[in-house]
Design a binder for this molecule. Structure first.
Ligand code: SF4
Ligand code: SF4
Length: 86
């Protein structure tokens, strides 16, 4: 999977049996709108620049409480699912 390691930050305290949110699998599945970043209640998401100058969300697994608000707010993701892009 493309850039899988870049989507998360793991620490020693980041273990949690619940899955981490999956905001995008390929870069074309994220437009960098930062809605997920804005809604996260624990500031677990950072928007980071890639080498091409585009912002992508990175989830800090230690700060993430697995509420999945970030997945639900992602209109871009919902639209792509509706169009069967996944
Ligand atoms: S809300 Fe969706 S499209 Fe917007 S930055 Fe987050 S993952 Fe990307
Ligand atoms: S699941 Fe909740 S806590 Fe974790 S990154 Fe998404 S909005 Fe933040």
């Amino acid at each position: 999977m493309e850039n899988q390691d870049l989507r998360y930050i793991h620490t020693e305290k980041s273990h949690n049996p619940k899955r981490l949110p999956e905001l995008y699998d390929k870069k074309e599945h994220c437009c960098g709108c930062s809605a997920c970043y804005s809604i996260c209640p624990t500031r677990a998401i950072a928007m980071q620049l890639d080498t091409d100058g585009f912002f992508y969300p990175v989830v800090n697994a230690e700060k993430c409480i697995r509420c999945y608000r970030c997945e639900k707010v992602c209109v871009f993701k919902a639209d792509q699912k509706k169009r069967n892009y996944f």
